[in-house]
Write a protein that binds this ligand. Sequence first.
Ligand code: NAP
Length: 437
Amino acid sequence: MPIRVAIVGSGPSGFYTAEALAKSDADCEIDLIERLPAPHGLIRYGVAPDHQTTKNVARNFDKTAARDEMRFYGNVDIGTDISLDDLRGMYDAVVLAIGSPEDNKLGIPGEDKQGVIGSAAFVGWYNGHPDFVDLAPDLNSANVCVIGNGNVAVDIARLLVKTRAELSTSDITNDALDALQASSVTDVYMLGRRGPVEAKFTNVELREMGHLENCVPQIDGSIIPDGVPEEEEMSDRDRRLREKNLGTLRDFVGRDPNELEKRVHFEFYAAPREILGDDKVEGLRLERTQVVDGRAVGTGEFFEIETSLVLPAVGYRSSGLEGLPFNDDWGVAVSEDGRAGDGLYVVGWIKRGPSGVIGTNRPDGQLAAKQIIEDIAEGSKPGRAALEAALQKNGARIVNYDDWQALDAHEKANARDGAPREKEITVAAMLGVLDGA
Ligand code: NAP
């Protein structure tokens, strides 16, 4: 009997696991289960809409989905439609590739005020994620504070200041594009609690901020160190990357703030301490820091930025799934290098936390496939026959890969001029397209 495997989550780590299993010599039946009608997870809903080349990997995912061993079950929510325990009863192996969909908290007073929007929600909104279509961020603020110095913070800052022309070839939704173009935003503050050497953004992303049509980068040159301190321990590659970032930041020094209509201010050594205002955000209070033994330590000097929009981009977490051993402090599954229980495996961000690039998930998928083949010599469970019977009983509307490809074609046909697609942004609308509504 084949080894019957259910993979939950059809983002990069789910697809890489499916690919590794399908290409192995083992006899496997692989069912890829996805909560939404559309596959590809972070590729569709996380990668910036103006970084289309990063999304090309979805073509490889389509090839994997077309393999004989594979079936796609979209619009099926594990935890709601079927429990994890039931799924484990149906399949020889269950692989959870469910990511880190929630925002880390800042843990400062005022975080619950209206006008504080975490990056998961904000990025989800401009990328047309069904969970965030009703976000309606109030962009009527000249200043916007983006907290964090990772690539997500840079993505958000860039999307806030790009022109309509610059976004014309992106797949940002029309609603988000119109809202951003109508915004009052003129000054975006990118706030790092540590310094330029410690910033996590990569150089290509940083450089892009110096070549925008209507936005000029601003930085106080006196805070940029001459180089990465010799005593800092890191790989040669890391050192080179950080030196490059310092060079790019130096190129930003002295740019005329009035050269263009908008500005992105790179503000380092600035830790958020309190969100100000009554019910709504009116400002952000920060403390100057210095970096001691790699940590940001407050100096006792405070300053404020007037704003009604604060966007923390300080990393993501998961809150787990019933039946999955979970470390709530870290927001990741408890596993032994991916083995989370008898026939239960985790891959990607739910295993490692939210780090790395898309390709970082590939070795994860390869390892999980190897573990499954080592652990399970021969399949003994019913797999998709049991899944389909249970879903039929629930009256679920399963979206298969042919359905997805029909939806994909519809979205491409509906794109505004020059754009790759116009996403359907609610589950009802996606199903409506498929069911001819
Ligand atoms: P990230 O790279 O971990 O950056 C998180 C940032 O938030 C860091 O600067 C961190 O500062 C800061 N932070 C955390 N807690 C904070 C707090 N309480 N107060 C102030 N600042 C705080 O995470 P990310 O930007 O969400 O990205 C997630 C992953 O996706 C990363 O691996 C990223 O490279 C990847 N990604 C890649 C691309 C791309 O390749 N173009 C695009 C988007 C995302 P400290 O360093 O001081 O902790």
